[in-house]
Design a protein around this ligand. Structure first.
Ligand code: HPA
Length: 275
């Protein structure tokens, strides 16, 4: 724990000269969404491997850069790429960047991911606002000694996704004339995709989309007192009776098609946060 604390402070010390606002907005970019970082003006790009103790994603589909700059009237700190549990990282390591963002003053976190749809009404390319989540990873980033400086031992999860931020996202949706989905995201460890029986089970326990990320970051963010809004891009739709392969190339191609809609949504969301 002492080591973890020291590591957080070393990363914070390294990054703090680049972040000027005490109320910067954090953004985590998921699979197939790296170009969102291109919208950031006056940007400084820092590769994760240069930041002390940052986990470096081993997945080719994730670039690993922290980008600081301005977008939508805010200073933003963008995590372009993330580490996953399935890569072998502990959830403490997976959530390390989110905790550093908190130390940098980030209090609003926008999280994105690519997910498999479980609601049969969903279509590939849909964007889902995450209203709640289910953690089936079988682990928790807060396991072990609690960091009392960061948050309490037993943080509430009654509102992991801020209702106020959801309303702001809905306003952005209306202004842009988009139709977003609203649903529950379930996190599984991966990296194998779900069987038909698992898909049926996940739907049965109340999930609308499934993926291999996000939930650990949200738990760490809520623990540290951040407000979170989450968007899933539905890359494929999994129907137990007619389950088809979901190759990563197709997942990325579908997400790319939704990317400009998501970028516009986040930009409008940021602008509305000012008002
Ligand atoms: N399952 C789990 N994770 C995913 C999927 C899926 O079908 N699609 C994109 N990420």
């Amino acid at each position: 724990m002492a080591d973890f604390h020291t590591e957080l402070h070393e990363a914070h010390t390294f990054l703090k000269e680049h972040v000027h606002s005490a109320s910067a907005i954090g953004i985590v970019l998921g699979t197939g969404l790296p170009s969102l970082g291109d919208r950031v003006a006056k940007r400084v790009t820092i590769p994760y491997r240069e930041i002390p103790h940052f986990p470096v994603s081993t997945v080719e589909t994730h670039s690993g850069n922290l980008i600081v700059g301005s977008w939508g009237g805010h200073e933003v700190v963008v995590l372009q790429g993330r580490a996953h549990y399935y890569e072998g990282y502990s959830l403490r390591k997976v959530t390390f960047p989110v905790r550093v963002l908190r130390m940098l003053g980030v209090s609003v976190l926008i999280i994105t991911n690519a997910a498999g749809g479980l609601d049969p009404d969903y279509a590939p390319g849909d964007i889902m606002m995450i209203t709640d989540h289910i953690n089936l990873i079988g682990d928790n980033p807060l396991r072990g000694e609690n960091d009392d400086d960061m948050g309490v031992r037993f943080p509430s999860m009654n509102e992991p996704y801020s209702k106020a931020l959801l309303l702001t996202a809905e306003k952005a949706e209306q202004e842009l004339g988009l139709t977003l989905r609203r649903g529950v995201y379930v996190a599984v460890p991966g990296p194998s995709l779900e069987t038909a029986a698992e898909t049926r089970f996940l739907r049965g326990i109340g999930a609308d989309a499934v993926g291999m990320s996000t939930v650990p970051e949200v738990i760490a963010a809520v623990h540290a007192g951040m407000k979170v809004v989450g968007f899933s891009v539905i890359a494929n739709v999994n129907i137990p009776e007619s389950l088809t392969p979901a190759p990563i190339e197709e997942v990325i191609a579908t997400v790319r098609k939704a990317e400009s809609r998501l970028v516009n949504l986040i930009e409008r969301f940021l602008m509305l946060l000012n008002s």
